[in-house]
Design a protein around this ligand. Structure first.
Ligand SMILES: CC(=O)SCCNC(=O)CCNC(=O)[C@H](O)C(C)(C)COP(=O)(O)OP(=O)(O)OC[C@H]1O[C@@H](n2cnc3c(N)ncnc32)[C@H](O)[C@@H]1OP(=O)(O)O
Length: 426
């Protein structure tokens, strides 16, 4: 059945706990993970059923596709140098059974997702793409990059202005899978995301399930650990990590894999990083989910001192252009009319006036005035976190300037003064 044919009628309906087995059947067929290492039952424990849907074809009862959208928050540029947090449903576990691929099931599920969010008055949708070729056609674009750092044990972090303060802080670590550790991590996660551009806030439930120890998933590594940093007894940051106790030719060659480091201030980040590169019996330390302009990268000496790999981080889609552009703030005043191109969400495809006052507060409303810029909805998603400037997208030929100066005006207004963090995996 796996051949290119026109889409047949697809129906999308809500799923509930009674549909667990059917949903797992579609997910297992689409993602083909090893259930002994990756317990799907465990994942379902943090699904939000009212946000989970299934698709069937031609009036049949067979479930051929599923998706969920976690209720997350996203930290975006606020007015001038402030930050703001907006709701961001996080699209995830999108799967279509291989027997039903290329019949328009994904397209129908995304149409359903966008219609739902539009009706609910939600401005944006976010995701991490399993394959990068899929989501651009649906209006998503990469809004942040994710950097993976790899460095040797004993790497030097040079930050003289922070040395004294970092030296005063205490660090200690413990297994992640305890109520005490999870509660502390969640409190720090929520506090730190509010002050971190690009950060994504997860629910307490999601953390409680994800941080549960699942022995088959360790694959030769220790159970997940968490290192806390504190100042005068008050926790100021944490790192989640696991070590592998590998030996080669009689010598210890352990690795430390740091999946998340979160700190309320730079001295705490430095104190955590210094401890993480200082474990006996290890030779390599990796840090996931860092930004392209990360303090850890530059403290360690830059891209020639550490190994870096860069990936697409968060993909964003403006589901409601007016709401999304009114919800974030701007670096400078601006007044431009945008002719937005969006064939997937026709309510967006029109002219919009974005007026930003000198305090960086913007209002975006429909207008019939002549356009200053012709812009695909993807370009607004790409620039939404203040990275991937409108000017560079115009240079690539993606944005068309219809009034001289309009690209520069919008570009400066949307730009942030730092690169966004990639946000958590979901
Ligand atoms: C956010 C996340 O959850 S990412 C996880 C995505 N899921 C997976 O990768 C699991 C394995 N794959 C699958 O489940 C499915 O193949 C999906 C979800 C990727 C695609 O589902 P389908 O129902 O086959 O897609 P559908 O037929 O609606 O195609 C829609 C469009 O996407 C395109 N498309 C579908 N799959 C791919 C792909 N892997 N790469 C590039 N384009 C793709 C189609 O060509 C079509 O484009 P067109 O309308 O412009 O011709």
């Amino acid at each position: 059945m796996d051949s290119q044919q026109p889409a047949a009628g697809v129906t999308v309906v809500p799923l509930g706990p009674r549909d667990r087995d059917r949903l797992l059947g579609v997910d297992a067929a689409a993602f083909f993970f090893d259930p002994s290492q990756h317990d799907p039952e465990h994942v379902l424990d943090y699904f939000e059923w009212p946000r989970t849907f299934g698709a069937s074809r031609d009036g049949g009862s067979t479930l051929c596709g599923v998706y969920t959208a976690f209720g997350l928050g996203l930290t975006v540029p606020g007015p001038l140098d402030a930050l703001a947090t907006v709701p961001m449903p996080g699209l995830s576990w999108v799967s279509v059974h291989p027997d039903h691929r290329r019949r328009g099931v994904l397209r129908a599920m995304l149409d359903h997702h966008f219609a739902q969010l539009h009706e609910q008055g939600v401005g944006i949708s976010g995701l991490h793409a399993a394959e990068p070729a899929i989501y651009g056609r649906f209006g998503y674009a990469v809004a942040s990059l994710e950097v993976h750092l790899s460095m040797g044990r004993g790497a030097t972090f040079t930050a003289p202005s922070l040395d004294e303060e970092a030296g005063r802080l205490q660090t200690r670590f413990m297994p992640m899978d305890s109520d005490e550790a999870r509660a502390q991590v969640h409190r720090l996660h929520v506090a730190a995301t509010a002050s971190t551009l690009g950060a994504v806030t997860r629910s307490d439930l999601m953390g409680r399930v994800l941080f549960r120890d699942h022995p088959p998933a360790r694959v030769g590594r220790e159970p997940q650990q968490v290192m806390f940093c504190s100042r005068d007894g008050e926790a100021t940051g944490y790192a989640r990590f696991t070590r592998s106790g590998t030996w080669e030719d009689g010598s210890p060659k352990g690795t430390v894999a740091v999946t998340e480091v979160v700190a309320l201030d730079e001295a705490s980040l430095l104190a955590l990083a210094r401890r993480l590169v200082d474990f006996d019996l290890t030779t390599t330390v990796t840090f996931d989910q860092r930004s392209t302009d990360d303090p850890l990268l530059w403290w360690a000496g830059g891209p020639r001192a550490v190994e870096i790999s860069t990936y697409d981080g968060l993909w964003l889609r403006l589901v409601d252009v007016g709401r999304a552009l009114s919800e974030r703030g701007y670096a400078t005043a601006c007044d431009v009319v945008l002719e937005v191109v969006d064939e997937v969400c026709p309510w967006n495809q029109r002219r919009w006036r974005l007026s930003v006052d000198d305090k960086g507060v913007g209002r975006c409303s429909p207008t019939s005035d002549p356009a200053d810029l012709r812009i695909p909805v993807q370009a607004l998603g790409a620039a939404y976190l203040g990275s991937r400037s409108i000017a560079s997208q115009a240079q690539r030929g993606v944005v068309e300037e219809l009034r001289t100066g309009a690209v520069r005006q919008l570009s400066l207004a949307m730009r942030a003064d730092r690169e966004p963090m990639p946000g958590i995996a979901f």
